[in-house]
Design a protein around this ligand. Structure first.
Ligand code: FNR
Length: 342
């Protein structure tokens, strides 16, 4: 088995090993209960539109799998879930398939299994426009995710050490690609400065993917045979803090939340903090690997649960959730004070 194949398998098995570790920042967020909701459950719409993308639910399956035989099988399960729940789905980084076409099938299985659903391709920011187009073609993708994962690369024994080209790559892809481009973190969160910079590059969809769930510094550190880099494991901003940072600085772009989102209540909290949609990775991976039928049942039920939460909050639409009253406490409140975020 090639090194890349092995790494892809290890990422999935280690995310399962560490599940559900992580310190959820959503405990710092409380909704303030008001006793007269002024709407009915039947009035609630879960629809979300971002650029040309129409979602029937305010959550989706974020990038994870592909690049080896086993992760292709995992992708098939995830794609089945996506099809049966009408959730959008992103594959893991397709860079392995661009280098070695024999693993293309492990990604294309997602489109084959889910021919009519929303499918996103995924690639690192080290790739330029040509590879971006190849990634999209590989899956007939509806959008491309470009991931920013500098801390992961730094801790990864075989990781990249060169990042200076990233801004130029992002800019050229955003300018020329004919489909929506999402720029995302991978669980280290974003600062308001990053969000501002991405906006100046023309990025209109930003997934702040914060700390609190899958921790790639921990996963890569575990894979190191020697010279462990323990201090990197606490690197980054939580999902809540990243959303608050982003909300402070964003002007045109739409926000996507991910990182440690595991429950309907956390999906709704992320939306109330300014996200248009929430992405879930390790939680859905865990459900897919446990019991596929149960995963489909549960995720369909989550939609009903989200509607009920929205009813209690008097929010008929996902946009309305931004007007709900939330209380921010704990470390998230301390961070806001220190960074002068209102
Ligand atoms: C990921 N993630 C990821 N992200 C990305 O942009 N490209 C990728 O190839 C991968 N690969 C990957 C593999 C596995 C096994 C996991 C669990 C995750 C990161 C993912 O999309 C997300 O940003 C983080 O995992 C945080 O979300 P959760 O897992 O805390 O919900």
């Amino acid at each position: 088995m090639s090194k890349t194949n092995n790494r892809k398998n290890e990422h999935v098995s280690l995310s399962e090993k560490f599940y559900p570790e992580g310190d959820s920042s959503f405990k710092d967020i409380s909704f303030i209960h008001h006793s007269l909701p002024e709407c009915d459950v039947k009035d609630i719409s879960l629809d979300v539109t971002l650029d040309d993308l129409h979602f029937s639910s305010p959550f989706f399956i974020n990038a994870m799998s592909g690049g080896s035989k086993w992760t292709g099988k995992v992708n098939e399960k995830l794609a089945l879930i996506a099809r049966e729940t009408d959730l959008a789905i992103a594959t893991g980084s397709v860079s392995a398939a661009l280098k070695d076409p024999t693993v293309s099938e492990s990604f294309q299985i997602v489109r084959k299994t889910n021919p009519h659903g929303l499918v996103f391709a995924n690639l690192g920011a080290g790739h330029g426009l040509e590879n971006a187009k190849r990634a999209v073609d590989l899956l007939n993708a509806d959008a491309l995710q470009i991931h920013l994962n500098a801390p992961q690369e730094i801790v990864m024994p075989e990781g990249d050490r060169e990042f200076s080209q990233w801004i130029t790559n992002i800019q050229s892809i955003v300018e020329d690609l004919q489909i929506p481009v999402i720029v995302k973190e991978v669980g280290f969160g974003m600062s308001r400065e990053t969000v501002q910079l991405l906006e100046t590059l023309g990025v209109s969809l930003i997934d702040i993917s914060g700390k609190g769930g899958t921790n790639f510094a921990q996963i890569e550190n575990f894979r190191r045979k020697e010279f462990k880099l323990d201090d990197f494991e606490s690197w980054g901003q939580s999902t809540v803090v990243s959303l608050l940072e982003a909300q402070e600085s964003i002007s045109q772009a739409s926000l996507i939340a991910s990182g440690g989102i595991r429950r309907p209540m956390e999906i709704v909290k992320a939306l109330a903090l300014g996200a248009s949609i929430s992405g879930l990775s390790s939680q859905i991976m865990h459900m897919a690997l446990s019991d596929l039928d149960e995963a489909i049942l549960s995720l369909n039920h989550w939609k009903e649960e989200i509607k009920r939460i929205m009813t209690l909050l008097g929010a008929r639409t996902v946009d309305d959730l931004r007007k709900t009253d939330v209380l921010i406490t704990g470390q998230s409140a301390e961070w806001c004070d220190a960074r002068n975020i209102d």
